[in-house]
Ligand binder design. Sequence first.
Ligand code: UD1
Length: 363
Amino acid sequence: MKILNVVGARPNFMKIAPIMEHMKTSAHLTPVLLHTGQHYDQNMNDVFFDQLGIPRPDIELGVGSGGQAWQVAETIRKFDPVLETESPDAILVVGDVNATVACALAASYRKIPVIHVEAGLRSFDWSMPEEINRVVTDRLSDLLFVTEPSGRENLLKEGTSPEKIQFAGNVMVDTLLKHRENAAHTSRILDQLQLQPGGYAVMTLHRPTNVDQKKVFAGILKAVHQLSKQLKIVFTVHPRTRGRIDEFGLEESVKSLILLEPQPYLDMVQLMSQAQLVLTDSGGIQEETTVLGVPCLTLRENTERPVTLDEGTNTLVGTSPEAILREAEHIIKTGGKQGRCPELWDGRAAERIVRFLEQWQPR
Ligand code: UD1
């Protein structure tokens, strides 16, 4: 069976790596890798392919940056002829980025079966483009691999037939567990920044709701500036966020933080795993900190990954400066949530997915 695997943006790369690895050794599957080009910078793209050993894409669409609708439209426009020439038996999409939904739509119009890895997650917050992408992709999918129990429950409530849903575990955790030790041995990031294990916090921010509104973004930075008087804060700055710091004139507010470009995978894993706490609005980092056992404060009002709250180290704090400071100080005093690793987040999710696909009969 020929499966066309799609990636587009940074959070897709750690998910596709173990899937490609297992598909490549399967006697029954012929994987093709396609990159839509949503992320293209050296430090948002190339470095992940190198460090994670992902093969170079067989096909690159080179879509690039633009508004949500433009990016989805452009991806569909460029992906459709590829479906015609490649004629895959199914396509596989991961996560919730624009590339995910665009390729699912294009394949559906051509009646090519869609496999969605990391299905069923719901924030129930329609202001997030990712929520739109998740719901639409799941509705179009023929086979849905979920990472946590809430995924199955959400899909069943929406009327997805149970036989389409498989609980496989978390492919991003496969990648984390595979590379964690390597990161500890090879990354020099702590030395370079003169940081002690447990002696700093890491922050990432890139959600439009947090960084595109000056009041919200300035409020978060105010809290973090206060916090930086007690604990060093390493802020890895996404391109969108960098743009907003400049546009809103917030350079003064980030002066007390250690600002870094987006980090390569191994350095980021090492930074997170030795941090006293992590502040983030990312989806994946909520899961990675749970696996690493590092307390995480999620600067959002909701999460589509509730297992990280119920079983892991994650706490939802929203964006009020007082709440952020209060919760961060609580972690500094008490050590924060310890948590446990959720079911099937064991490093073998991709293997389970590939074994299932080997005997799967697409419609
Ligand atoms: C996308 C995903 C988000 C994911 C995030 C991780 C969607 C809807 N969002 O958001 O879920 O958490 O990736 O990073 O798909 N840019 C560069 N270089 C690049 C890529 C982007 O400079 O290689 C800049 C561009 O100015 C672009 C902006 O970053 O306009 C945002 O990129 P975009 O892909 O639109 O969305 P992200 O915010 O990265």
